[in-house]
Structures are given as structure tokens and as C-alpha cells.
Design a protein around this ligand. Structure first.
Ligand code: PLP
Length: 365
């Protein structure tokens, strides 16, 4: 059984050390010392000024939308995980889909302006697979039309653009620290902004609006995270260099092993500090993808259709985005995690080549 991903678990003794402190202090949640320490360490690691640790990457998006007081239409990408769209709808706004770039798979800036209406309040784009959106083009459009920008950076931990953390772009960026992501705190997420006022506002939103015990500053929610989750993050940070190096080597090996396979890969060569969070493979067509996925599934190999279906096709959304539709139909993510062996990668690759070289017999009509 080879899953598409496996959470990283550090040596248990490293986590145990933090548990001793939690038991001594008897302080489990509510902005505890480990939560503060994690925020400090993440700011240092990512080289950014402001961030808040929250309970997950979805609430991070919702807090971002709330903090910017967005209303009406939000321009967004159809090619992402469902949380990008569901957060918009949950916050009472309407997602308006703009198609993606066929090579980079991020939102196509050249198509954004045509989608702007008097009701548009923001652009919410995803750095899909950690591939940066065209942040400069998007900033220019946003400035011209007075729109806010949120980046769903759930996949983009550690990635840089022009020497700066990718989380430095947009009014607010978010990240997910879910167990399946490159850096994780079991469940968790982050909101990032360069604006100290916005940070303050999000801190109130994260904690019910509490301003002291008896005063409240606006409508908040519970988006706090616990000392146990923060401890997992603190233990995992020092393992990051090794995890990232391993993933890079694994992706390189896949590309070599699959060089004779009739597929393409998104071009990630020029991305600074790329994190190799997924290994997406684009098949010629959906039929080829389904044949390969079935053969892998039959012997317990879990390749997954990240991200299918397109978010413009949900039963609560509408949108016409042909490029995204055809990408979503033929992209498959192969297993990728720190303990995946080169033998396992070899087996997966041989199976994919076998499917390609033994196409199903045509039924004669
Ligand atoms: C994982 C993910 C999220 C949600 O993060 P959670 O921490 O699981 O809530 C949001 N957007 C994208 C693109 C994701 O992949």
C-alpha cells in the first residue's frame, strides 16, 4: 500500500520534551507560550514581520476575507482545493472564476480585468502546487481597480518571489499547516500580512473579538490553536531542510524515470526556494489518466486527482473556464512523501509505462 502522501512524524522523544513543559505549566491553549514561540520561529524561518497561528488553513482564508471586509464578488481561480471557493461562499461573497495559465496553472492575469464589475471587491488566487501567481501583474490590476488581494498559499510554505517570502505579497496571504502539507502542526494554518493594523484586527477575529475579559472589539470567531499543535510545529521546523531536500531529489528521480512517458509536468525550474509539495503529472487526456489511476489503485498505489473537479463546476458555483477544465480532467498527483523509496518510485514509474505501452484494445464497431 503506497498512499499519495504520508504525514511527517518526528522522533517521538522530540515531541515528548515539549509535553513535559505543557504538563508543568498546565496551559493548553489560548495564546500560550508555545504558540508564541512557534509564531516567532516561523517569522524567523520565513523572514517575515507578521503572522498569526490559527486553527487551520480554511479559517485563515475566512479571517482574511472578514478582516478586509470583503463583499459582493471575489475573483478567484477554478483550479485549487475546494476550501479556496467554499471560504468565499461561507463568508457570503460570490466567487467569479477567471481561467488559469496553461503552463503555470495559476490564475491568468490577462483575463482578470474582463471579469471585474462594480461589485468586485477582491482577487483571491492560489499559488497552486506552490507555483507563484504572477504577483506583480495582479498587484497592478488590484491597484488600478482598488481591489484587495488575498493569496491562498496553502501549498507555498517557504517559497520566495524576487528574494522575498511569497507570504509578503498581497494584502493578506494564508497557509495551511495540515498534516499532509510540507510543514505541518497536525491541524493548523497561518495568516500573513505586512500591515500591522490588519494583523491586530485578525488577532481580535481569531479570539472571539476579546479585548480583555469583558470588552469585545467586533464579531470574532474561535480560530485559536493549541499548545499541542504548536509543539508539533516547533519540533518539525528543524527537520524542514532535510524534508525539502528529500522531496527535491524524489521529484528529480520521477522526472528521470518518467522521461519516456507521454506526460508533461508544470515548469517549476525558475521558482525560488521551491518546496516540491506535490508531484503533478499531466496526461494527454482524461482516458489515459483514468487507465493509469485504475492500474495503480488495483495494486494499492494511491495517486490522487488533485485538483478535480474544477471549482467552477460545484453545485453552488458557476463559471466558464475551459483551460482549467481540461487541466483538471487530466492531472494526477503521484505519491510523494519523505519515506517514499526510490524502489517504490521505480515500481510506480514502470507501471505507468506499462499502461502506456499496452493501450486497451479498440472495440471494433
Ligand atoms: C489544504 C488546503 C486548504 C485548507 O487548509 P486546511 O488547513 O486543511 O483547512 C486551502 N487551500 C488549499 C489550496 C489547500 O490545499
Amino acid at each position: 500500500m503506497i498512499p499519495v502522501t504520508k504525514p511527517f512524524l518526528p522522533p517521538k522523544a522530540e515531541y515528548d520534551k515539549y509535553l513535559d513543559g505543557i504538563w508543568e505549566r498546565n496551559w493548553l491553549t489560548n495564546n500560550g507560550p508555545l504558540v508564541n514561540e512557534l509564531e516567532l520561529k516561523l517569522k524567523e524561518y520565513l523572514d517575515i514581520n507578521h503572522m498569526l497561528f490559527v486553527s487551520n488553513g480554511t479559517i485563515a482564508l475566512q479571517i482574511a476575507i472578514k478582516a478586509l471586509e470583503l463583499q459582493g464578488e471575489i475573483i478567484t481561480t477554478p483550479f485549487s482545493y475546494v476550501a479556496t471557493t467554499s471560504s468565499i461562499v461561507w463568508e457570503g461573497c460570490t466567487p467569479v472564476y477567471v481561467d488559469i495559465l496553461p503552463e503555470l496553472l495559476t490564475i491568468d492575469p490577462a483575463k482578470i480585468e474582463a471579469a471585474i464589475t462594480p461589485n468586485t471587491s477582491a482577487i483571491l488566487a492560489t499559488h497552486i502546487y506552490g507555483i507563484p501567481c504572477d504577483v506583480e501583474a495582479i498587484a497592478e490590476i488590484a491597484k488600478k481597480h482598488k481591489l484587495k488581494v488575498i493569496y491562498d498559499g496553502a501549498h507555498a510554505f517557504g517559497v520566495k518571489v524576487k528574494g522575498k517570502s511569497i507570504f509578503d505579497y498581497g494584502d493578506i496571504s494564508t497557509c495551511s499547516f495540515h498534516a499532509t502539507k510540507v510543514f505541518h502542526t497536525v491541524e493548523g494554518g497561518g495568516v500573513f500580512t505586512k500591515d500591522p493594523e490588519l494583523l491586530k484586527k485578525m488577532a481580535y477575529l481569531r479570539n472571539f473579538g476579546h479585548d480583555g475579559f469583558e470588552n469585545f472589539n467586533g464579531v470574532g470567531i474561535n480560530a485559536k490553536n493549541s499548545e499541542f499543535h504548536a509543539a508539533m510545529g516547533l519540533v518539525n521546523i528543524p527537520h524542514l531542510p532535510q524534508i525539502l531536500a528529500k522531496r527535491e531529489a524524489q521529484c528529480q528521480l520521477y522526472k528521470e524515470l518518467l522521461s519516456d512517458l507521454n506526460v508533461s509536468f508544470p515548469d517549476t525550474r525558475n521558482i525560488e526556494a521551491y518546496n516540491h509539495c506535490y508531484f503533478p503529472v499531466l496526461f494527454e487526456d482524461e482516458a489515459a489518466l483514468l487507465r493509469s489511476m485504475k492500474l495503480l489503485a488495483d495494486i494499492g498505489i494511491g495517486a490522487r486527482r488533485y485538483f478535480y473537479p474544477g471549482l467552477n463546476t460545484l453545485d453552488y458555483t458557476v463559471g466558464c473556464t475551459p483551460v482549467s477544465d481540461q487541466i483538471a480532467a487530466r492531472v494526477l498527483c503521484l505519491p510523494l512523501y519523505h519515506t517514499l523509496s526510490s524502489e517504490e518510485q521505480g515500481m510506480i514509474s514502470r507501471l505507468l509505462l506499462r499502461v502506456q505501452n499496452n493501450p486497451p484494445a479498440r472495440v471494433k464497431g
